[in-house]
Design a protein around this ligand. Structure first.
Ligand code: HEC
Length: 114
């Protein structure tokens, strides 16, 4: 009985690294993250867009239209939140994903709509 319990522990312990590995999340593309987590507030007509329209130059309120959004600002705002925008934790959005998203928003790419 004791022996089989010990064997069980050994088997589970050996299996663990595989389990941990397989549950690692894949890195999602900036496009997917934006669509999932940001677009409902930051597309045209979204709440974030409407709030930003009050304080950014005309034509810049939609994040994907911005031509002056430094990656450092996006990374700070997403982690800390700003005004009514909630912060995002590293569990929701990894550092690597956030960095890629910030670069994507800062580049011209987002303005070239499909
Ligand atoms: C629940 C709605 C909501 C979601 C979701 C949201 N935002 Fe926001 N965001 C806002 C609002 C509202 C503001 C304006 C806050 C203010 O100025 O008071 C804002 C502001 C910003 C700003 C500041 C722009 C500037 O010029 O100061 C950035 C950058 C930003 N959001 C990026 C993002 C990104 C990237 C995501 C997705 C990971 C995201 N937001 C998700 C509501 C949201």
């Amino acid at each position: 009985m004791r022996r089989s319990a010990l064997a069980m522990v050994v088997v589970v312990a050996m299996a663990l690294p595989a389990v941990v590995h397989s549950s690692e999340r894949e890195v999602r593309s900036p496009q997917d993250i934006f669509a999932d987590r940001c677009a409902y507030c930051h597309e045209a007509g979204g709440w974030g867009t409407r709030v930003l329209a009050r304080r950014v130059p005309e034509g810049q309120a939609e994040l994907r239209q911005r031509d002056n959004l430094p990656p450092a600002l996006t990374m700070l705002v997403v982690r800390r939140g700003i005004g009514a925008m909630p912060p995002f934790t590293p569990t929701e959005l990894s550092d690597a994903e956030l960095e890629a998203l910030a670069e994507w928003l800062a580049s011209g790419t987002p303005r070239q709509r499909p």
